[in-house]
Design a binder for this molecule. Structure first.
Ligand code: SAH
Ligand code: F3S
Length: 441
């Protein structure tokens, strides 16, 4: 028996990363690792990274900077793994700037993480597994022991882990994600995801249904199906097993009756079929919630973004959804300050926000990403200060819209799922703890 080893795991970015972390953690725990919150003393540090905006990458550099030395010394022989989108996008940059990084592992290679760790333990040399650039330094012996296909990570799921006491920072104890699609083919001009996560690939409906069933049998009360463009799901469109997103939704809903809540994110505004909306509206345990990013309310900006739909088409989807489900909760994403965005374009985005009456809307300042189609071709010509102003103005409009939504619910009764304490509440608690410590010392 070897002594138990500790892993510090930090997850940045989107729901896909949250799921990847859970699955990677499951496979590490199977191999005897236990979670720790102690960055400097962990045997293994795993940072699951995001590349979608520069700010997300800066956070990774700052965390890795803490392991560089200085006053606080990190544990000898500590292994540091950078996994996820930034490993894939910025591999060389990370290796050059951060000598403390031992492992780089891209999002499509995560099933190989345990093998990479064994490799570093055996050789003390860096181990790298990136799909994009074929710079794979793992030994074939280790690689062949691991599963080889993209299904490997998801199908290795350990059903106890989503309820592990140390995980709720990322996941609610009774909520779980199930991946239905990997990657994205859309190539929106601002977005790095198709490069870091690769082309769209769909999982088999049987596996998805089975995973949802096992989660429900293990006490999960809400499953969220995950994909970058979740409504584009189609499995084997040419063969007899043709399954559209609508049919997949129906199958999970009907074949896992013990699951109280079923949701899905993120929807792409184009090609949302009436059939999918009808399945939603007629299935009582599917949450009436659509996260469907518009990105802009101006047709010329949508064109520059290569989004493939017009504002009118987007509004058409919102209208169809509301006609079938008058109470539907809508959520959106908007980018402000994208290349060429005039004040008029920006005002049109605000108009769209008001039209959609989103429950909430995530607002992002445009951040140019190296390697994307916008990078180098469409100038980043809105000054940072102006991006900030538009960001704040949009948030203020959204706050009004949200308030009106909330007021509309006064006096009504809903069944709710308690997810846990809010981030704001956790921060408040932390502040209180600190001030108690100060007062008592
Ligand atoms: N379909 C994906 C989108 C991934 S990126 C999903 O699952 O949500 C999430 C959001 O980040 C996008 O909808 C977009 O609003 C924002 N975003 C992506 N690239 C960006 C960039 N370069 N600058 C600012 N925001 C960006
Ligand atoms: Fe990104 Fe557009 Fe796909 S925002 S994830 S390229 S749909």
């Amino acid at each position: 028996m070897t002594a138990r080893r500790s892993v510090y795991l930090e997850t940045m970015g989107c729901q896909m990363n949250a799921l990847d972390s859970e699955l990677a953690l499951g496979s590490l725990m199977q191999r005897g690792y236990q979670l720790t919150g102690d960055l400097l003393n962990a045997d293994l540090v795993v940072i699951n990274t995001c590349s979608v905006r520069q700010h997300a990458e800066d956070k990774v550099y700052s965390r890795l900077g803490q392991l560089k030395g200085g006053k606080q010394k990190r544990r000898d022989n500590q292994i540091v793994a950078v996994i996820g989108c930034m490993a894939e996008r910025d591999g060389d940059g990370l290796l050059d700037k951060m000598p403390q990084v031992d492992i780089l592992c891209g999002p499509s290679e995560l099933h190989r993480l345990p093998g990479l760790i064994s490799d570093v333990e055996a050789t003390r040399e860096r181990a790298i597994a990136l799909s994009g650039r074929l710079r794979d330094h793992t030994t074939s012996a280790i690689a062949s022991v691991e599963h080889e296909d993209l299904e490997a990570l998801d199908s290795s799921r350990h059903f106890g882990v989503s309820q592990h006491a140390a995980v709720p920072k990322v996941f609610g104890r009774h909520q779980a994600y199930v991946r239905i699609t990997r990657g994205c083919n859309k190539y929106c001009t601002f977005c790095v995801v198709p490069y870091t996560r690769g082309p769209e690939q769909h999982r088999s409906p049987d596996q998805i249904v089975e995973e949802a069933r096992r989660l429900a049998d293990n006490g999960v009360v809400e499953v969220t199906l995950l994909g970058q463009t979740v409504n584009h799901y189609h499995f084997d469109p040419k063969g007899p097993a043709d399954t559209s997103f609508a049919r997949l939704l129906r199958r999970v809903h009907d074949e896992v009756p013990q699951l109280p809540r079923l949701r899905f994110v993120t929807s792409y505004p184009r090609d949302f079929t009436d059939e999918a909306l009808e399945v939603m509206s007629s299935s009582p345990r599917i949450c009436k919630y659509l996260h469907v990013p518009a990105q802009s309310g101006s047709n010329s900006q949508l064109k520059r973004m290569n989004r493939g739909y017009s504002v009118e088409e987007y509004m058409g989807l919102i209208d169809r959804a509301r006609a079938l489900m008058p109470d539907i909760a809508l959520a959106g994403d908007m980018i402000v300050g994208f290349s060429g965005e005039s004040e008029e374009d920006f005002q049109k985005s605000l108009d769209l926000l008001r039209y959609c009456r989103y429950k909430n809307c995530f607002v992002f300042k445009y951040s140019p990403r190296p390697g994307t189609n916008a990078d180098g071709r469409l100038p980043d010509d809105i000054p940072e200060e102006e991006k900030r102003r538009r960001n704040n103005e949009m948030l203020a409009v959204q706050a009004e819209v949200s308030l009106a939504n909330h007021q509309g619910m006064l006096g009504r009764k809903f069944e709710v799922l308690v997810e846990g304490r809010s981030k704001a509440e956790l921060k408040r608690q932390e502040r209180d703890r600190k001030s108690t410590r100060l007062n008592s010392s």
